[in-house]
Design a protein around this ligand. Structure first.
Ligand code: ADP
Ligand code: GN1
Ligand code: MG
Length: 358
């Protein structure tokens, strides 16, 4: 069904003026819907990615209800500082169309912008505070209430095996283009287990985490740059703080876009890294364990490596998972991620020293 007709299935009044594609997400189909009374965000949830979209909705209801309560108790604005679902005309949390696709609607938060790369370290520190605040607000949330919306989402060894499966199948006949990327991945296989080994040993705690903290998943106040609202809650589930720290660093402390083809431009910015870490940790003092803090740089490296493995596997599978905008797009993304991993390895001591100092 088209977005205009779908918008009319939600409780937003009878007049829908427009429904236009919106944002830079790689997964869902997002539209901004305008009515005489205000704007809304309409999304078709990606069913290839989320095999049980009803469970995604279940999680989102629980997490947003919980966050709204906390935000209200802090004297904040619950309709601006977290997502608010708009009910369907029947009073449900979503609508299924005739193809069985799941659609949902949120209030559109106004006066905000998103960034794929941050403007300055000072502004990136504000995003760090927003993700740190998100983590601390969910600190007491009961993890057993959440479905695992994508099994093994940040299981890096499993991501490595998925890449090896894609290599064995070579479904799209692209294997011959990727030999140096595969060598890069193979050389780091043992490292993929580092964080999960710590979980097994009981040295890293499992918490409720966001798991998709790329910079454009936080809405920033247009005037002040403050992180207003962490969005894209589809993957909120049990995880490691290192994942949330790491994915934000992967996206926001890189000197180049996620899909930059000129690899000479790809580097890790230590001032950006430091600024984000400062903002993030300022909200989590007394909450994170010393080992969790010590392993934050490893989170950054692991998330960057993992995204590289995932982009490369999707390239070999014929671009089934991530939305692509040109031929070879996932390969370009994988190459940029691997270059960023390499730069992190070169600046490893500096990254560790920065976190230790904070
Ligand atoms: P995806 O899973 O595809 O990344 P997102 O939920 O992140 O989808 O939404 C895509 C983009 O839409 C976001 O990056 C943001 O710019 C915009 N967006 C999403 N939800 C809202 C909202 N409630 N208010 C304003 N903008 C939003
Ligand atoms: C996807 O949904 P979006 O575009 O914010 C992906 C993340 C990747 C990211 C890479 C559910 O994030 O895991 O890190 O692309 N989300 C899902 O840009 O797979
Ligand atoms: Mg997103």
């Amino acid at each position: 069904m088209n977005a205009m007709s779908m918008a009319r299935c939600f409780a937003i009044g009878p007049i829908v003026m427009s429904a236009e594609p919106y944002g830079n997400g790689h997964i869902n189909n997002t539209y901004r819907v305008v009515t005489p009374d205000g704007a809304y965000i309409l999304q078709r949830v990606n069913r290839y990615v989320f095999k049980k979209p009803e469970q995604v909705m279940d999680n989102i209801v629980r997490v947003t209800d919980y966050l709204q309560r906390i935000i209200r108790s802090e004297g904040g604005d619950p309709r601006r500082e977290t997502l608010t679902l708009v009910p369907s005309l029947e009073g449900g949390t979503h609508v299924l169309d005739e193809e069985g696709e799941l659609w949902r609607m949120y209030l559109c938060i106004e006066g905000v912008v998103t960034r794929d790369l941050p403007d300055t370290p000072e502004l990136f520190a504000l995003s760090g505070e927003a993700f740190g605040r998100f983590q601390s607000r969910l600190g007491e949330f009961d993890t057993s209430l959440l479905h695992e919306t994508i099994p093994n989402f940040h299981n890096t060894p499993a991501r490595y095996r998925q890449l090896m499966d894609a290599v064995a199948e070579d479904r799209a006949g692209r294997l011959r283009d990727v030999s140096s990327e595969l060598a890069f991945a193979r050389a780091r296989e043992a490292e993929t287990r580092l964080l999960l080994d710590e979980v097994d040993r009981g040295t890293l705690p499992i918490r409720v985490t966001h798991n998709d903290t790329k910079l454009n998943n936080v809405l920033l106040d247009r005037a002040s740059g403050e992180g207003v609202c962490v969005i894209d809650l589809d993957t909120v589930m049990p995880g490691l703080v290192a994942y949330d720290f790491g994915d934000a660093i992967r996206t926001g402390a890189s000197t180049a876009a996620e899909d930059e083809e000129d690899l000479a431009k790809v580097d890790i910015s230590l001032p950006m890294f430091e600024a984000f870490a400062r903002g993030f940790l300022s909200r989590l003092r007394g909450i994170l364990t010393p080992r969790e803090i010590e392993l934050l740089p490893m989170g950054a490296k692991m998330m960057t490596l993992e995204n590289g493995l995932r982009f490369l596997a999707d390239h070999l599978n014929g671009d089934l998972y991530f939305r692509v905008h040109r031929a070879g797009h996932n390969l370009a993304r994988a190459r940029a991620q691997f270059r960023l991993v390499q730069r992190m390895e070169e600046k490893w001591e500096d990254m560790q020293r920065i976190v230790a100092r904070l």
